[in-house]
Design a binder for this molecule. Structure first.
Ligand code: MLT
Length: 241
């Protein structure tokens, strides 16, 4: 089984062509928010690319809760921003969220033609690795870890997040050089993960606008076993297989 890392969301189409199981990684903060919200009991999350479309869906489905960010903060009229800490505390059993973020929801839309699309990060690394491996074995396909990045730029935290997931795959998988590099980088950073992630540009920006707690929260390894799975247009929770 081949394991690849795609550094840019726009290249996720390569994974779709390969028939791979795709894991979307946006540690700060889209993946972490999706994992935390589903773990808190949210029924499903509708990822939307633009704020305009998100408002349009909200008009059609006023029962869905409008959430997301641009430049890291909540657009006007939205009920929630994109803070995984906030999503970890919400009591919205079974509610549906509309979520639009700068890069993460775009990365999800790039992958939606894939047979299986999962959402992973540090928070669910072990369970997402097990689920992706079991799905790929069943379909005798490979696994691609697709880094969301930030506005088209490479993301340190997404790369390390991919390494954390790769580290929980069985030894018999075949790693691409990029996958091997992600694993080595994670192993080097693991003992001081939050501090290393804070050296990334997006982390520094989030600290500057008051979201330092989101970085600590999003760098907790295996806090949850939740498996966010893109079914049609909605990300729903499935239990690790
Ligand atoms: C993104 O999707 O680019 C991020 O999640 C942005 C953020 O929430 O800071």
């Amino acid at each position: 089984m081949d394991v690849n890392v795609e550094f840019w969301a726009r290249d996720t189409k390569n994974a779709v062509k390969r028939g791979d199981v795709v894991i979307i990684i946006d540690v700060l903060r889209c993946s972490s928010s999706i994992i935390a919200a589903l773990a808190s009991g949210v029924g499903g999350i509708v990822p939307i690319k633009t704020v305009r479309e998100a408002r349009e869906v909200s008009r059609i489905h006023p029962e869905f809760i409008l959430s997301g960010e641009r430049k890291g903060v909540k657009p006007s009229g939205f009920k929630y921003g994109n803070s995984p800490v906030a999503f970890s505390k919400i009591k919205l059993e079974g509610a549906y969220l509309i979520l639009t973020t700068t890069s993460g929801t775009n990365a999800l839309s790039q992958a939606k033609e894939a047979k299986h699309v999962l959402v992973g990060g540090f928070l669910n690394a072990k369970s997402i690795a097990e689920t992706a491996y079991n799905l790929a074995i069943k379909e005798s396909e490979g696994i691609t870890l697709a880094l969301s990045g930030k506005k088209g730029s490479f993301s340190l935290e997404d790369f390390l997040g991919a390494g954390a997931i790769i580290g929980d795959l069985p030894d018999e998988v075949t790693l691409s050089d990029a996958a091997q590099a992600a694993l080595l980088a994670f192993r080097g950073a693991k003992s001081s993960l939050t501090e290393v992630v804070k050296q990334g540009n997006h982390a520094k920006y989030l600290v500057s606008i008051g979201f330092e707690e989101d970085i600590r929260f999003s760098t907790q390894l295996n806090k949850y076993k939740i498996i966010p799975y893109l079914k049609g247009e909605v990300v729903i929770p499935s239990k690790s297989t």
